[in-house]
Design a protein around this ligand. Structure first.
Ligand code: HEM
Ligand SMILES: [Cu+2]
Length: 638
């Protein structure tokens, strides 16, 4: 089967002389540790969102089930969608941004390490804030896209939607801060010689995603702010009776919402673009075109939002334009799929677990992409919209695409992050059960949808043609539960029991594999000067890239006096021994994040007539935040 070159007898990797207590995690500003925190937290929320899905599918297993009430069901699908999008997939991508971008570009950390810690803490606290209410049956219940006026106080008087509005507002701060940080990092901190067109494809796709984040979050921030004003201060932004435009929310939300789906998928595209060349022993086919198609997807992604609104009656002109734009975006996406296949073509393929997940992404995402093109046609969409056909479609892209790509990334980078491999045999069990379970869950939904089953209904009558498909989908979900448990076991156990991995266990091409696993705190003892897109292949096996254009320069011509040629570093030191200045650990970002969440939570009291309490908490939070920021910004970095 898969060839793993790792000797199992070598000594176990030890964390260097670094402190590993809980305090060190709370005060860390190291991008690798923050990436690890993101990974664990997001996997936890993935399990929460998955558990909600299991409850949903159990309720839908048979006609007329009474497993949960209609109101609980509303909360379950809303929180399932919200959790998977904002608390699982986005932060799983963020885990890789954090861990990998500095390593791939040959940097010692991100541009603003403390801001990075702040992003994580805001995410964690915002995630807890929006998730806890479900334990009290007070969770948001207006769907993951929270359509106003349904979510205005007139139609949703309880506190449920308050948690959603405030929670998303909080999470948006985290995403924006992180995006500015990564843009600055990628622009300013690349190792000498690492031109833009030599960057690894994961870094490239992440770069595009950061621009999507900073351009897509402002519209939803405005939309949420209006809703917040309507809910807490009695304004009428979304009150139809007072003259509001009933489509205002939908436009603002989907101007964010469609780019958001590319925010969810492009990082996974980036990850498989690292995995496929490694296990095909061939450079990525059409690197330049891959870059341009990623940028193109990002641009076009802002011009298709109203395909979510064909059913609202926008008129023939608008429908036609948005329909055409949507069909156009299939082109750069198709280009990527062809290029991945061409990368594997005639390659020396090794079917490792990450490779299987990467291939599964290509196949499953293509199915979701094709049903997407189907509903880019307004007459077809009018039949499909709000049915299970749509649910089938977006799970093929989100589960079959994002989640498959992220699993490929986890199996691929686990040895780099921990110094040990995950078990291949458990990984294979996970892969196959996951693959079969996913198709069994979501493929039948195409049929129940075309038979007319609406999404977001908590039960249905027998004999409408949906029964069999629902039963299959629920069995598929139970298979996914087994698959996920195997993954969790493998993930936890391999930290201490997995086969030891060296610097470069898979024979990969990029800089992150030139340093020890797990990487020392300072990443690179000496900054490498990059002379090619595939520096490690040039170093170890130049034949692999011979005759292939990969913006290659003479590796002996070092132009930067601080840099050394790319080489393998096998020794592990502390930053102190090497005299490398490291940013000081600090809990101030955590303090500021907490103060900000307290500030937002204060508003919740307004609805219970506790004006004084609300103002005290909100103003207290704001003041603590200001003080925290002052202390943070005036304390020395190193
Ligand atoms: C673990 C396996 C999963 C199962 C069994 C599952 C099942 C479902 C079902 C049955 C619904 C429809 C609920 C309804 O309309 O009444 C749904 C909605 C949704 N799911 Fe999943 N899902 C899974 C994973 C995911 C993942 C990985 C994502 C995203 C990354 C995701 C995102 C969503 C979203 C955004 C909705 C829409 C929620 C709404 O209508 O407001 N799901 N899921
Ligand atoms: Cu869209």
């Amino acid at each position: 089967m898969a060839s793993i070159a790792a000797p199992t007898t070598a000594t176990a990797p030890t964390a260097t002389a670094e402190n590993t207590g809980i305090r060190s995690w709370i005060t860390t500003v190291d991008h690798k540790r923050i990436g690890t925190l993101y990974l664990w937290t997001a996997l936890f929320f993935f399990l929460v969102g998955g558990f909600e899905a299991v409850l949903i599918r159990t309720q839908l297993m048979q006609p007329n089930m009474g497993f949960v009430s209609a109101e609980t069901y509303n909360q379950l699908f809303t929180m399932h969608g919200t959790t998977m999008v904002f608390l699982a997939v986005m932060p799983l991508s963020a885990a890789f941004f954090n861990y990998l971008i500095p390593l791939q570009i040959g940097a010692r950390d991100v541009a603003f390490p403390r801001l990075n810690a702040f992003s994580y803490w805001v995410y964690l606290l915002g995630g807890i804030f929006i998730t806890l209410p479900i334990l009290f049956k007070l969770a948001p219940d207006g769907g993951w896209f929270g359509y106003a006026p349904l979510t205005t106080p007139r139609f949703s008087p309880g506190p449920n939607i308050d948690f959603w509005v405030l929670g998303l507002q909080i999470l948006g701060v985290s995403s924006l801060a992180a995006a500015f940080n990564f843009i600055t990092t990628i622009i300013n901190m690349r190792a000498p010689g690492m031109s833009l067109m030599r960057m690894p494809m994961f870094t490239w796709m992440s770069f595009v995603v950061q621009f999507l984040l900073i351009l897509a979050f402002p519209p939803i921030t405005v939309a949420l702010f209006f809703l917040l004003m309507d809910r807490f201060f009695g304004t009428n932004f979304y009150a139809i009776a007072a003259g509001a435009d009933p489509l205002l929310w939908q436009h603002l939300f989907w101007v964010f919402g469609h780019p958001e789906v590319y925010i969810l998928i492009l990082p996974a595209f980036g990850l498989v673009s690292e995995v496929l060349p490694t296990f095909s022993k061939k450079p990525l086919f059409g690197y330049n075109v891959m870059v341009y198609s990623g940028i193109m997807i990002g641009f076009l992604g802002f011009g298709v939002w109203a395909h979510h609104m064909f059913a609202v009656g926008m008129g023939a002109v608008a429908d036609s334009i948005f329909s055409l734009m949507t069909m156009l975006i299939a082109i750069p996406t198709g280009v990527k799929i062809f290029n991945w296949i061409a990368t594997m073509w005639a390659g020396e393929i090794r079917f490792t677990v990450p490779m299987k997940f990467a291939i599964a992404l290509i196949a499953m995402f293509t199915i979701g992409g094709i049903s997407g093109v189907m509903h880019s046609s307004p007459p077809a969409d009018l039949q499909q919209t709000d049915t299970y056909f749509i649910v089938a479609h977006f799970h093929y892209v989100l589960f079959g695409g994002s989640i498959m790509g992220i699993f490929a990334g986890i199996y691929f980078y686990y040895p780099k992050m921990t110094g040990r491999h995950m078990s291949e045999s458990l990984g294979n069990w996970h892969f196959w059960l996951n693959f079969i379970g996913m198709n069994l869950t979501f493929f039948p939904m195409h049929f129940s949808g075309l038979y007319g089953m609406s999404r977001r209904i908590y039960t249905y009558d027998a004999g409408q043609g949906f029964d069999l498909f629902n039963k299959l989908a629920t069995y598929g979900t139970y298979l996914l539960v087994v698959a996920t448990l195997i993954f969790v076991w493998n993930f936890l156990r391999s930290r201490t029991r997995g086969a030891v991995a060296g610097n470069d266990p898979w024979g990969a091409a990029t800089l992150e594999w030139s340093i020890p696993s797990p990487p020392p705190e300072y990443n690179f003892a000496q900054l490498p000067e990059v002379t090619s897109r595939y520096p490690l292949w040039d170093l170890k096996d130049p034949k692999m890239t011979e005759g292939i254009d990969h913006s290659h320069a003479d590796p002996m011509q070092i132009t930067d006096s601080h840099a050394v040629p790319v080489h393998e570093e096998t020794e592990r030191h502390t930053a102190k021994e090497l005299g490398i200045p490291m940013p000081l650990p600090t809990a101030k970002p955590l303090f500021v994040a907490t103060a900000m969440v307290v500030m937002f939570s204060g508003l919740l009291f307004l609805h219970n007539g506790m004006f004084a309490v609300a103002m005290t908490v909100t103003i207290g939070g704001a003041a603590s935040m200001a003080i925290g920021l002052y202390l943070w910004l005036t304390s020395p970095l190193e």
